[in-house]
Design a protein around this ligand. Structure first.
Ligand code: NAI
Length: 507
């Protein structure tokens, strides 16, 4: 093992995060002096980490010798002044600006003039934390994720006055600890908590409009896009006492930017204590820790399916016609649907009702299908009715598209279905992060895939489903909702034609 960039570090605050950072720092070869203002907290952290390493020995992942070495590198500090010889001090205490400022002011009088100071804040301004210091240039953000040893990304955040060399050193040290550093500007939510605004907030908006229930929205996003957890499963896991304040804080810090607008749904549930898994009840009920998923609506039995007519303006029309053929549908080829035909439209961004009216189709027989994502690449098809759709037509469409055994969800009409709205919102927020130069496109993709576990980085997601399609969805959503939250970022508009993940072009 090479000598760590910082052979002796101090860690202030030995709760969930401090412990995790201490673990990877000790494993990288640093001596870690642990300080907490609750005296037992340090002993608890040492005991917990000791157990952790013992478990790794039992599993044969590390040797008993290595475990003993790691343990010997954790040293309790009784007083803050015991951190005097540390080349780096990382702070993971309570998330309060005044308390963090006070701690760093005190540390400045203790550590060497060339020691680096780092804060693990997730929501405060690094610039504000450093503001009162004599040497604000030596303080940077070092934002890890929970649980630290498993979440292998760290945001290195430069405040307004931070010396770039300090960020370099922290990035190098992160790599020595086995983590991937990404560089972020000192902006609300930095990269990961900012990029994460699209998924949950748009899903809440969709649920708030009564387009589909929570479980259906979760199923659609998991099966169509490949998210590991649906947005409501994720809310339940994180718990609303954590995630709702983050939504509010980022919205407020961006001076009420409509893209980040939180939802009354989570405000109410937070107020009512319906917090998520840890409360036994959230968007789902929990029995013995397992979510009680409501059953999917069954596929209707339909004896005779009507013929099908597909709008000439449908997205992926050739693909849809081939799919219908494979499903054994009787396809009409006339200029307009016959009086009995099930009529299909496949809009991008627009709602089914608007399309039926504009194309002069009989709304009673018209349903929409979401074809932003190619059918072969998904595990679920999503159909949307409009307020006039006849029940027999909705049932016929459901039965037809389920014929090959693929899952089908039928939702109520909404501009952009579920996937289009959520994907377009994620891509648009990511584009705006690039526009604001919060980070490079490459670091954005790395931070989101490692920090949020998305199947693709948001820019790659946009390229995968076509930047022009994403733009079309956004333009049309703006028309349907008249809401500035769907206004495409200029960065996205400029790259709509040329591709988003031009990672070699970092400027
Ligand atoms: P925690 O509550 O588990 O641990 C905080 C520890 O700091 C406690 O042991 C407490 O006794 C100690 N402490 C509080 N004030 C202190 C002071 N003035 N001096 C010395 N010790 C003090 O909190 P957690 O979750 O570890 O969070 C710590 C920091 O990390 C916060 O700034 C938080 O925003 C940030 N963070 C938390 C994440 C999480 O998922 N929990 C993720 C990323 C960042």
């Amino acid at each position: 093992m090479s000598t760590p960039r910082f052979p002796i570090i101090g860690l202030v605050g030995t709760g969930a995060m401090g412990r995790g950072i201490a673990q990877i720092a000790a494993q990288a070869g640093s001596t870690v002096r642990l300080f907490d203002n609750q005296p037992e907290a340090v002993a608890r952290a040492q005991a917990a980490l000791g157990e952790q390493w013992d478990k790794l020995v039992a599993k044969g992942r590390i040797t008993a010798e290595a475990a003993a070495t790691h343990k010997s590198r954790l040293q309790a500090a009784a007083r803050l002044s015991d951190l005097a010889d540390c080349a780096l001090v990382v702070e993971a205490i309570v998330e309060r600006l005044d308390v963090k400022q006070g701690l760093f002011a005190e540390l400045e009088g203790i550590v060497r003039p060339d020691a680096v100071l780092a804060t693990n804040t997730s929501s405060l301004s690094v610039t504000a934390i450093a503001a009162g210091l004599k040497q604000p240039q030596r303080l940077a953000g070092y934002h890890f994720f929970n649980p630290v040893p498993l979440m292998k990304v760290v945001e290195v955040i430069a405040g307004l006055k931070t010396d770039p060399a300090v960020c370099e050193q922290l990035a190098e040290y992160a790599r020595q600890m086995g983590h991937t550093p990404v560089r972020a500007g000192d902006t609300p939510g930095f990269i990961v908590n900012h990029a994460g605004r699209g998924y949950g907030t748009e899903a809440l908006r969709i649920a708030g409009e009564g387009v589909a229930d929570f479980a259906t929205i979760d199923r659609i996003l998991k099966d169509q896009v490949g998210f590991r957890l649906g947005p409501f499963e994720l809310f339940d896991l994180t718990a609303l006492d954590v995630s709702h304040p983050v939504m509010e804080s980022i919205y407020r810090q961006y001076y009420d930017e409509p893209r980040y607008r939180p939802s009354v749904i989570t405000a109410q549930r937070l107020a009512g204590g319906v917090l998520g898994r840890k409360a036994g009840e959230g968007f789902y009920r929990y029995d013995g820790g397992a979510a009680q998923m409501p059953a999917e609506p069954p596929v209707p039995q339909v004896d005779e399916l009507p013929p099908v007519w597909v709008s000439t303006r449908a997205a992926r029309r050739a693909e849809l016609l081939q799919l219908l053929k494979d499903l054994g549908a009787r396809i009409e080829t006339g200029q307009s649907p016959s009086p009995n035909a099930l009529t299909l439209v496949a809009p991008l961004g627009f709602d089914v009702t608007t399309v039926a009216v504009v194309e002069r189709l009989d709304p009673a027989r018209t349903l929409g299908i979401d074809l932003l994502v190619e059918d072969a690449a998904t595990r679920r098809r999503v159909l949307a009715t409009n307020p006039a759709t006849r029940r027999d037509m909705a049932q016929a469409a459901h039965a037809l598209f389920a014929r090959d055994g693929k899952a089908v969800s039928v939702i109520r009409d909404s501009g952009g279905f579920v996937t289009q709205r959520v994907v377009a919102t994620i891509v648009n927020i990511a584009a705006d992060i690039c526009q604001q130069r919060v980070c490079t496109p490459r670091d954005l993709e790395t931070a989101v895939t490692l920090g949020l576990g998305y199947p693709l980085g948001p820019l790659a997601m946009g390229d995968h489903w076509g930047p022009a399609n994403v733009l079309e969805v956004l333009f049309n959503l703006q028309t349907v909702y008249g809401d500035p939250r769907y206004r495409p970022s200029p960065w996205l508009r400029r790259r709509g034609a040329i591709g988003l993940s031009l990672l070699h072009e970092e400027a």
